[in-house]
Design a protein around this ligand. Structure first.
Ligand code: ADP
Length: 473
């Protein structure tokens, strides 16, 4: 028992440590801004300037006195490799130019691929420009920083940066090996130099500086990742603060308008109602008049109900905007719609991934949406059945939730009317549930739709934007 408790405590502590390194979910807008700046506005131009220099070296290696001149066959391979890299970069450049037209997941793949291609090319050049001691080592460091800036997903960023470290080591080791082979060939031709060259062991001499360089690369990978997480968290906090203020303001404005309309309409309606009542009392003998007055009173009562709804919106002014996660809202709504111990034999299947954007709004509103959908599903199925709840991130930083039931479905002649206020097919229904679901979703900039076939259950899909700012920009 105590062992289990200490294991739990250890797990919790480990979870808390991991939490520190957990990056906020990638922000597509920010990712695109960074790619546009780093890759399209800087990277492409740098490559355009470097390309002629590289080709000049490949076709006139003797013109670059300081650099080693590869053998002719090696030079041939290098040229082919450079041509392939150039083709890959031209393809990537075209994609970057039209990046507004391509989806974010695809752009993420393009960016990672560009990083890998650049690293491979840099490693090949480093092989002929001094290996471990090459000045190009600093470009490897630059690649690590660049990858940290543009690759949004932590795990991919770490993998790509480890690939950078590995290729630096590989190019250095290969360069050492080539030098060794060359020295051996030289030794065999000039035996009198043997004693002198044999005393230098190129494999051990640069070991310490190599270790330092590799360590620095790994450290840079870690520091850049940490910095990136910190910056992203700070940005997320700022964006959320702005979002909170905006949502609060929007809801308050809607609430004030509703309160004003409700107040202005309530008074005249009250007067009409009183007048009609008095009229009805006075003109008892005229049957037609009494009937018409009854109609007036019924309509007044109907308007009164609508205004009472409107006054519900007026409560928006009092509510508080908060961060709400979908799983907790679903739990709470299920507890209201299917209270444990109430005897419902209804199985609930959930498919809700943990990493969904957080919703910002009044908890009561989200609760109302899902409670109404679950109650409707329960009432449609009776005491037995199944409900499937699934959630997915949707484009533009939104969340899409589907609620499907195994009930009788909605007949074709009813489905067109279900969103109307006071439309109900139930003996004791109010006909307001779905109106509330629709109004509330739309108030948050979302939408709701239904799909159903008689006899095959009904699926209600609600889309709620997690951010308004994203859509306004
Ligand atoms: P109420 O539940 O008070 O009738 P609603 O606005 O919530 O009001 O629903 C309107 C109508 O839509 C219901 O009377 C019912 O006919 C239909 N409906 C809603 N949800 C479902 C569902 N899951 N399955 C079948 N019919 C449904």
């Amino acid at each position: 028992m105590t062992e289990a408790t200490s294991l739990d405590a250890l797990r919790q502590r480990w979870g808390a440590v991991l939490e520190v390194f957990k990056a906020p979910p990638p922000d597509p807008l920010l990712f695109r801004q960074r790619v546009r700046f780093v890759e399209r506005n800087i990277g492409v131009w740098v490559k355009l300037v470097l390309a002629p220099v590289i080709y000049w070296y490949l076709f006139n290696p003797n013109a670059f006195g300081a650099l080693s001149v590869p053998r002719e066959d090696v030079l041939g391979y290098l040229r082919t490799f450079t041509l392939m890299m150039t083709a890959a970069n031209i393809g990537a450049g075209i994609l970057l130019w039209g990046m507004d037209e391509i989806s974010t997941p695809f752009l993420e793949r393009v960016v990672s691929a560009i990083s890998l291609v650049d690293t491979a090319f840099l490693a090949a050049v480093t092989l002929f420009c001094g290996g471990f001691d090459s000045i190009l080592y600093w470009v490897f460091l630059g690649l690590v920083i660049r990858n940290a800036a543009i690759i949004p997903r932590t795990e991919i960023q770490v993998l790509v940066n480890l690939f950078v470290c590995a290729l630096y080591v590989l190019s250095g080791v290969l360069e050492l090996r080539l030098t060794q082979v060359e020295n051996q060939v030289l030794d065999s031709y000039t035996p009198h130099l043997e004693s002198g060259l044999g005393s230098i062991d190129p494999a051990t001499e640069p070991f310490e500086s190599l270790m330092l360089r590799v360590l620095l690369l790994l450290l840079m990978t870690l520091v850049c990742l940490g910095l990136r997480i910190l910056i992203d968290r700070q940005r997320q906090r700022e964006a959320e603060a702005q979002e909170f203020a905006l949502k609060q303001e929007q809801l308050e404005a809607a609430g004030r308008l509703a309160a004003e309309i409700a107040h202005q309409l309530k008074n005249p309606l009250g007067i009409i109602n009183n007048a009609a009542y008095t009229l009805q009392k006075t003109v008892r003998e005229g049957k037609t008049i009494t009937q018409q007055i009854s109609i007036i009173r019924e309509e007044v009562a109907r308007s009164d109900r609508i205004i009472t709804d409107l006054m519900g919106y007026a409560r928006l002014v009092e509510g508080r905007v908060e961060r709400v996660t979908l799983p907790e809202i679903i739990d709470q709504a299920l507890a209201v719609a299917l209270p444990p111990g109430a005897g419902f034999d209804i199985r609930v299947h959930r498919d809700i991934p943990p990493a969904l954007p957080v919703l910002l709004g009044q908890r009561g509103h989200f609760l109302e949406i899902f409670t109404n959908l679950f109650v409707n599903a329960r009432e449609a199925m009776g005491t037995q059945g199944e409900i499937w709840i699934s959630a997915r991130p949707a484009p533009d930083y939104a969340v899409q939730v589907s609620v499907r039931d195994s009930g009788p479905g909605i007949p074709a002649d009813v489905i067109g009317r279900i969103w109307e206020s006071y439309f109900t097919t139930k003996d004791r229904g109010t006909g307001l549930g779905l109106t509330i679901v629709k109004h509330t979703s739309e108030m948050y900039g979302g939408r709701v739709r239904v799909e159903s076939e008689a006899g095959k259950g009904a699926t209600f899909t609600v889309t709620l934007p997690a951010r308004t700012l994203m859509r306004l920009r």
